[in-house]
Design a protein around this ligand. Structure first.
Ligand code: NA7
Length: 501
C-alpha cells in the first residue's frame, strides 16, 4: 500500500490510522512522516482540518493561552495579529500546517469511527466507520481531543423552544442577532468570550449562571507590523517570545494547580481576582453573584478584559436562580420567572468525562475487552497518558493523566515523541505487536495518585466548583507534573515498559 491516495480507498489497510484532524492529529502526522512513515490515514468527522478551531466559530472566539506558545515549536508563526490569536487565525494555521507538510492527501473527512476491534490473529485493528467503510490498521492513534462533543443540558423542555437554539460549538452565522432577545445558558470559557461580543448588538441579553467563573484580565495586545517584523527578522526573538509565554502559562496553569499544596499561590491570586471583580462591576449585588465561592484553579479560570464589565450594561441581566424549564418562547427560572426570548444559546460545554466520550467510539481490545468498561471498573488510567494494557498497538495522545493544563502544543509534541519512539522501535524489531506492560501501567498510575496530593483539587475549597475536571470516581485525571517533566519523560521512558512481539 502506498500513500498515493489513502483517503479514497474505502476498505484499505494502513500502518497507522489517526482518529482526529485537529492539532493533535496534525502534529502527530507531521512527526510520523518525518520519522519515515508514509502509510497512514487521518479520519475526521468535519469537512476540513482544525478540530476545535474548525467547529468553534462563535463571536469573540479566541485562544486563552498566549499564541507564542499556542503553536508548534517547529512551526512558529511570525504574523499572529494579537498576543492571543482569534479563532480564525488558529483555523488558518491548521490549514497552513496541513499544506506545508503535505498532509491533505492523508485525510478522510466527514467520517466518524464507530467501532474499533482488536484482531489478535491478524495483529491489527478492524475499524468500522459511519460511512460503512471497513478499514484495518496495524496501529491506531486516538487524537480526538476531549472537548469535542457538545453537551446539551438536561433542562426540561430544552427541545420545546420554538425559536432558534444553538450550541456555541455549532454557531449558525446565518442568524442575525441584532435586535433579538437572547438567553445564554452557562458561564464557562466560551460564554466569557461570547457575552461581551454579542451584548452590544442584541436587544436584551439574559445570562443564566449556575457557577460563577474566575475571570482575570488578559494581556491581549495587537501585534503591530513593526512587532511582527521584529519577530520575523531578529534572530532568536521567536524563541524568546515562546519561552516567556510558556513560562507565564506554566506558572498560571500547571504549577498553580499541581503544586498549590507546597507553594500556596492561591490566597494572593484570589485576592487579586476579587479586587478585579470589584473594579469591573458597579452593581454590588451583581458583583457578589459574579464572585466565585470556590478556590481559584478548582476549575478552569478564564481571561477576558470586558466580560465582567458587560454586566454593567442596561440590556444585560444576570440570572442566578436555577432554570426550572424552557417553554416554546421563554426560559423559566425559580425566582426570575419567565423571560421571553428569540434565541437560546447553549454555552453548556462538552461531554468530557461521559462514558461515550472516553473514547468517542467503541474500542474493544484483547478478548473483546471494552475500554470504557475497563476504565469504569479500574478508574481512568493510561501509562504516561498514552497506553493501556490489553489494548495493543493503541495510543491516545491525551488519555487520562496525559494533559497537565498547559498549552496543548507542548504536550502534543511530548506525547507524539513518546508514541513515535515506540513505533520506530517496533519497526526496527519488526514487531507487529506492541503493548504496555501491566507493571509499567500500575507503576505510573500509582505515581500519579501519590503525586496528586499537592494539587489544588483536593482542598475543601473545590467542593462546590462543579468542575468537569472531576470524573464519577472523584478522580481528576490531569497529569500532576510540569510540562518540562512531560517532555523529558517522553524521550527517556524505558522501552522495556512495552512488550513487543
Ligand atoms: P465549560 O467550561 O464546561 O462551561 C459550561 C458552562 O455551562 C458552565 O458554566 C456550566 O455550569 C454551564 N452548564 C452546563 N450544564 C448546565 C445546566 N444543565 N444548567 C445550567 N448551566 C449549565 O464549557 P465552555 O464551552 O465554556 O469551555 C470549554 C473549554 O473551552 C474550556 O475549559 C477551555 O479549555 C476552552 P457549571 O459550571 O457546571 O455549574
Amino acid at each position: 500500500m502506498t500513500a498515493a491516495s489513502p483517503n479514497t480507498d474505502r476498505s484499505a489497510h494502513h500502518e497507522v490510522v489517526i482518529i482526529g484532524g485537529g492539532f493533535s492529529g496534525i502534529g502527530f502526522a507531521i512527526k510520523l512522516r518525518q520519522a519515515g512513515f508514509e502509510d497512514f490515514l487521518i479520519i475526521d468527522d468535519a469537512d476540513a482540518p482544525g478540530g476545535t478551531w474548525h467547529w468553534n466559530t462563535y463571536p469573540g472566539v479566541a485562544v486563552d493561552i498566549p499564541s507564542f506558545s499556542y503553536q508548534f515549536s517547529f512551526e512558529k508563526r511570525k504574523d499572529w495579529s494579537r498576543s492571543y490569536a482569534p479563532g480564525r487565525e488558529l483555523k488558518q494555521y491548521a490549514e497552513q500546517c496541513v499544506a506545508k507538510y503535505g498532509l491533505a492527501q492523508f485525510f478522510r473527512f466527514e467520517t466518524t469511527v464507530v467501532t474499533a476491534d482488536w484482531d489478535g490473529r491478524g495483529g491489527l485493528w478492524r475499524l468500522v466507520t459511519s460511512t460503512g467503510d471497513e478499514l484495518t490498521a496495524r496501529h491506531l492513534v486516538n487524537a480526538s481531543g476531549v472537548l469535542t462533543r457538545p453537551n446539551t443540558p438536561d433542562i426540561r423542555g430544552v427541545d420545546d423552544f420554538a425559536g432558534h437554539t444553538m450550541h456555541t460549538a455549532r454557531w449558525d452565522h446565518s442568524l442575525d442577532l441584532r435586535g433579538k432577545r437572547v438567553a445564554v445558558i452557562g458561564t464557562g470559557a466560551s460564554a466569557v468570550q461570547i457575552i461581551p461580543a454579542i451584548a452590544p448588538e442584541v436587544d436584551q441579553l439574559t445570562v443564566y449562571q449556575r457557577t460563577p467563573i474566575w475571570c482575570m484580565p488578559k494581556p491581549d495586545i495587537a501585534l503591530s507590523r513593526p512587532m511582527q517584523w521584529a519577530l520575523g527578522r531578529i534572530p532568536g526573538s521567536q524563541t524568546v517570545a515562546r519561552l516567556a509565554s510558556q513560562a507565564f502559562v506554566e506558572i498560571t496553569f500547571p504549577v498553580a494547580a499541581h503544586y498549590e499544596g507546597i507553594l500556596h499561590f492561591r490566597p494572593a491570586a484570589e485576592k487579586a481576582a476579587r479586587a478585579y471583580v470589584r473594579s469591573q462591576v458597579t452593581d454590588p449585588e451583581t458583583r457578589e453573584k459574579l464572585t466565585p465561592r470556590y478556590g481559584l484553579g478548582c476549575k478552569r479560570p478564564s481571561f477576558h478584559n470586558s466580560y465582567l464589565s458587560t454586566f454593567n450594561r442596561d440590556n444585560v441581566v444576570l440570572e442566578t436562580s436555577p432554570i426550572t424549564h424552557i417553554s416554546a418562547d421563554a426560559v423559566h427560572s425559580a425566582e426570575g420567572g419567565a423571560r421571553e426570548i428569540d434565541v437560546l444559546i447553549l454555552a453548556t460545554g462538552f461531554k468530557v468525562m461521559d462514558p461515550d466520550n472516553m473514547p468517542t467510539y467503541t474500542l474493544r481490545g484483547v478478548d473483546g475487552l471494552d475500554l470504557t468498561d475497563w476504565w469504569n471498573e479500574h478508574r481512568l488510567q493510561a501509562y504516561e497518558g498514552i497506553s493501556v494494557p490489553g489494548f495493543p498497538n493503541y495510543f491516545t495522545i491525551f488519555g487520562p493523566y496525559g494533559y497537565n493544563g498547559s498549552s496543548y502544543f507542548a504536550l502534543i509534541e511530548a506525547q507524539t515523541a513518546h508514541i513515535i519512539r515506540v513505533l520506530e522501535h517496533a519497526r526496527k524489531e519488526r514487531a507487529a505487536y506492541v503493548e504496555v506492560t501491566q507493571a509499567a501501567n500500575d507503576r505510573f498510575f500509582a505515581e500519579m495518585l501519590r503525586r496528586r496530593g499537592n494539587q489544588i483539587f483536593w482542598q475543601d475549597s473545590c467542593a462546590n466548583a462543579n468542575s468537569y475536571y472531576f470524573d464519577k470516581n472523584g478522580d481528576v485525571p490531569l497529569r500532576p507534573t510540569t510540562t518540562i517533566e512531560s517532555a523529558i519523560r517522553s524521550r527517556r521512558f524505558k522501552m522495556s515498559d512495552y512488550s513487543f512481539g
